[in-house]
Design a protein around this ligand. Structure first.
Ligand code: ADP
Ligand code: MG
Length: 710
């Protein structure tokens, strides 16, 4: 997915002003337009939504005596003394010249420091000259300094004007400087009036939340008045910002809801499963389903029995047993002699799922299709699928390549959804369109997201959660140790393996390139082999051929390998119940969610499992707190919540990682507190303002209506 939000067809001149190309503005030719595209700015309206990153307060002159450390401010005073110093430390190492000016304003004094200056500047900044400066005040040796402030000489005591509004600072890109952006945005603001910028948020909602109207909000955000609290703006708490956030969330929500409405109107083949069939299946399992599993199975089967397509998200922590739930859904499809496709993000995972399904269903009725299949073999598999000789079809993305034709695909299951984008998810449904029906869809994910976020990010889906692990699971006991205690950790690995258990050793490396990472993992493996010569050690990393990887993982599963050294490729899904020890090197470098996923590889069997989080010192206070969370809890949901609290905006869901919502201004994590109101508002609009929905979606998501463009 591209990083810019407003990718759509090129705007045409007949559109309303805000949808016209930026080329209608003075000073924008094709060259500048191309540069603006790098900022995601295509249309006039994109400029309005290109909100400042921060603001500078140049609306007043701050008395020097009142300056605070770190404050960005305008000061004004008379140079009392200026000198050029030689030597001394200078940024960049080498000693050099610096120009120092002592400036006073009657309330206090500050020191201006310039490392780079020419003779004209030096001649301008002499004793007796009155200057106005803008810069960051910093305490240094008990006095306040500004390093390389912007400055201007003032003639005598003339009162020079200050800015009337706060100065916006925009994200810029090469060839598009601040002054140009300010100029273009001002052109747009000057040409707009209330009529041109249609308000789509209903009045009742504006009133309810005390929001300004859209034009006011935009004007205010590009030019905040001097009495605006910068602190409020920086925290995105200003009503004008909140209003924009609310509107954007609303547009996304409505977009997902309309997708849902559209899909729900389609037909699907009802796949009822009778109780006896389910009971027979359950009896064949070598464990009892948990209550949580039974509940979600019932929800899924209820959906699938209907003639409208199921669109359901199944969340469940690592190890909660989602696979067998998926199997029950597959049972409903295959029981009706219809096909089910199960898609996994990696070949290793697909193979593992395939093994499970062969075990639970007749192996003759199952097929595995991955990118590995070539030539004759692939052809024969494709034929079997096309002629419905097989009903349970497991695979990777390969399942959805053009030449794969299904006969009666009636159920699609996507495992570990966060590896697939929203687009892919939507693209799947048409693959199985036949006789006017589309398949039921079940999306399974272990990415722990708090419920409110899940409901928003997946507003097009119904939501089920497996909220308890199978009983008898012993929580993984987690310790956090310094890298300096590596010897002890090695001893622990040796001990575990000596008693017949198996272990993972995960290398998390900072190396930029994957090649270097893999090289480093190879080195770790050989060092471990030297230290622990009695063990059989295997290695998997991202640069190995898929087949090699699979072989290593197979050997590990069969117990021929005691210790599996891996990069984070094992993060998702490898299921080896006999593995009971996990060592993660440089754990401080990974996110909590990722660590939790990794740790979920152990604790799958009867034995007490352990996870050793090794860090390299020194560990920051925050780093300590983060790792402590993992030590204290095994619940993915608790971890996600804490992670959210500690991290604040953006990172938890990492749109790039999850393919979740990408927004211009709002951030579903930071702005979580709005989500309930936004859902209510969406329903209100669907009931009362149908006509405003499309234009609102268009404003924020563009013509393409990204979620719906399938
Ligand atoms: P995940 O939700 O992470 O995909 P899996 O479906 O891979 O979890 O299940 C993890 C392990 O737990 C598997 O070995 C599976 O056989 C086992 N399992 C699943 N359900 C139960 C249950 N109700 N009781 C005991 N073990 C179970
Ligand atoms: Mg799984």
């Amino acid at each position: 997915m591209s990083s810019t939000v407003s990718t759509q067809t090129r705007p045409t001149a007949k559109e309303p002003f805000e949808y016209q190309s930026v080329e209608v503005l003075k000073g924008v030719g094709p060259g500048v337009a191309a540069k603006l595209e790098k900022l995601g700015v295509y249309r006039v309206q994109d400029l309005l939504f290109h909100l400042p990153l921060r603001y500078e307060d140049r609306t007043r002159v701050v008395p020097m005596g009142a300056l605070q450390h770190g404050q960005h401010a305008v000061v004004e005073g008379v140079i009392e003394h200026a000198e050029v110093r030689y030597g001394g430390k200078r940024r960049g190492g080498r000693g050099g010249r610096s120009l120092l000016c002592h400036v006073a304003d009657g309330t206090g004094s500050i020191l201006l420091r310039f490392f780079y200056f020419n003779s004209t500047q030096q001649a301008n900044l002499t004793a007796g000259v009155r200057v106005r400066c803008y810069g960051e005040a910093r305490f240094n040796n008990h006095r306040i300094e500004m390093v390389h402030p912007e400055y201007r000489r003032l003639l005598d005591a003339q009162a020079a004007a200050v800015e009337e509004t706060m100065t916006p600072v925009y994200a810029k890109t090469e060839g598009v400087h601040q002054a140009l952006l300010r100029n273009l945005i001002d052109q747009v603001l000057n040409r707009l009036n209330g009529e041109r910028l249609q308000e789509y948020v209903p009045d009742v909602l504006l009133k309810k939340h005390g929001f300004p109207n859209l034009l006011q909000a935009i004007q205010m955000l590009h030019h905040p008045s001097p009495d605006t609290s910068l602190e409020q703006l920086e925290q995105c708490k200003h009503p004008a910002q909140q209003r924009m956030i609310f509107e954007e969330l609303l547009a996304h929500q409505l977009s997902l809801m309309s997708v849902r409405q559209r899909v729900k109107k389609e037909e699907a083949v009802p796949l009822p499963l009778d109780v006896t069939q389910l009971d027979v299946f359950k009896r064949r399992l070598d464990f009892d389903l948990t209550q949580a599993q039974q509940t979600v199975i019932a929800e899924i089967l209820h959906d699938m029995a209907k003639a409208s397509p199921m669109m359901r998200l199944l969340q469940g922590d690592v190890g909660s047993g989602k696979t067998v739930v998926a199997a029950c859904a597959v049972l409903a499809a295959s029981g009706s002699k219809k096909q089910a496709a199960i898609m996994a993000p990696t070949e290793i995972l697909a193979e593992q799922l395939f093994e499970n399904f062969c075990h639970w269903f007749s192996a003759k009725d199952c097929v595995l299709l991955t990118g590995k299949d070539k030539g004759r073999l692939r052809q024969s598999k494709l034929e079997a699928i096309k002629e419905a000789k097989v009903h349970v079809i497991v695979g990777t993305h390969a399942l959805f390549q053009e030449d794969v034709e299904f006969k009666e695909l009636s159920l699609i299951i996507v495992d570990e959804q966060h590896r697939f984008g929203v687009h892919q998810r939507l693209a799947l449904k048409d693959k199985g369109r036949f006789d006017g029906s589309i398949p039921h869809q079940l999306i399974m994910t272990a990415t722990p997201i708090p419920r409110s976020l899940a409901m928003t990010a997946y507003a097009d889906l119904d939501y089920s959660v497996i909220d308890a692990l199978p009983s008898g699971r012993k929580p993984v006991s987690t310790v956090v140790v310094s890298e300096q205690r590596r010897q002890e950790v090695l001893g622990r690995v040796a001990g575990a393996c000596a008693s017949g258990e198996q272990a993972y050793w995960v290398c998390t490396l900072v190396e930029e390139s994957e090649a270097l990472q893999c090289q480093a993992a190879e080195e770790t493996a050989s060092l471990l082999q030297q230290a622990l010569p009695e063990l059989s050690i295997g290695l998997v990393h991202g640069r190995m051929k898929q087949q090699q990887k699979n072989e290593v993982v197979d050997h590990f599963k069969q117990g021929d390998i005691n210790l599996l050294v891996a990069t984070t490729v094992i993060e998702v899904g490898v299921d080896v119940p006999n593995a009971s020890l996990m060592v993660i090197e440089n754990a401080e470098r990974l996110g909590l969610a990722q660590l939790h996923q990794l740790r979920g590889r152990v604790g799958r069997g009867e034995k007490q499992s352990a996870c050793v989080l090794m860090y390299s010192s020194p560990l920051s206070e925050r780093g300590k707190q983060r790792l402590a969370i993992l030590r204290e809890t095994n619940s993915g949901f608790v971890i996600a919540q804490k992670d959210l609290e500690m991290r604040g905006p953006g990172e938890l869901l990492g749109t790039r990682q999850t393919g979740l919502m990408q927004m211009r201004i709002a951030d579903i994590v930071r702005d979580e507190s709005w989500l309930n109101e936004v859902s209510a508002a969406s329903r209100y609009m669907l009931q009362n303002h149908q006509d405003r929905i499309r234009p609102l979606i268009r404003r924020w998501l563009g013509l393409a209506d990204r979620y719906g463009a399938v």
